[in-house]
Design a protein around this ligand. Structure first.
Ligand code: SAH
Length: 216
């Protein structure tokens, strides 16, 4: 797996663009400056790796837009050693950004093909994260509770099973809505049965669906 001067230059420009769009968290920007997004792209879109857009990957899914990755990562308020559960591994790009920030990441993907591919790329880049093939609606209670839970697919409602896998003080970041655009929503757990909800703008995601797909 290779990085290049050209890719590094393009990443710097991307980071400058994200700053202009309002991203100020230096750790998040550093991680985006470091992770070689081109290695997570479908070969057909390789030359667009540092364009601030989502692109198709295998299994009819998408690699999230860098701006979206930045916003979600900022909202999680990740600190080194935090235990983060990610639902929707996809390309593994967001997983790598979290791992680069020093988080202990547990990530779940419902497409077996994507789960295998993402795991391979992160391993070859030297990132350690725990990969699971399964239905993210169930979470990973045996590894929780988590400092943060990040959903990278559009959910029609907040899954109860997941918010109860947060630590007190932990944050769930989830794009809420079924079709069209979704509202980026944060649920902070403030006590055993109490949560504080906030909303952070509109985004577009592929849907969060139940069950697994064991294709190819
Ligand atoms: N963070 C990823 C985003 C991928 S798109 C990236 O930047 O590449 C969202 C992913 O969520 C898709 O791969 C989709 O298959 C997955 N997904 C949807 N519903 C899921 C569920 N219930 N459990 C696990 N993964 C799910």
């Amino acid at each position: 797996m290779t990085d290049s001067f050209e890719a590094k230059g393009k990443r710097k420009k991307l980071v400058a663009e994200l700053r202009q769009k309002g991203i100020t968290d230096e750790e998040v920007l550093r991680a985006i400056d470091t992770v070689p997004r081109h290695l997570f792209m479908d070969p057909a879109f390789l030359s667009h790796a540092y364009v601030d857009k989502a692109f198709p990957i295998t299994s009819g899914q998408t690699i999230s837009q860098p701006y979206t990755v930045a916003v979600q990562t900022c909202l999680l308020k990740v600190k080194k050693w935090d235990k983060i559960l990610e639902v929707g591994t996809g390309s593994g790009y967001q997983t790598a950004v979290l791992a680069e920030m020093g988080a202990k990441v547990y990530t779940i993907e419902r497409f077996r093909e994507l789960y295998l591919k993402a795991q391979g790329i992160l391993t070859s880049l030297g990132y350690s994260a725990d990969f699971f093939y399964g239905d993210g609606y169930e979470g990973k209670p045996q590894y929780g509770p988590f400092d943060g839970i990040l959903i990278t697919a559009a959910a029609p409602e907040i899954p109860d099973t997941l918010i109860y896998q947060l630590k007190t003080g932990g944050r769930l970041v989830i794009p809420l809505g079924s079709s069209g655009t979704q509202v980026m929503t944060v649920m902070e757990r403030t006590g055993p049965e109490s949560f504080e909800r906030s909303e952070h703008g509109n985004f577009v995601f592929v849907p969060m669906l139940k069950g697994t797909v064991n294709g190819k």
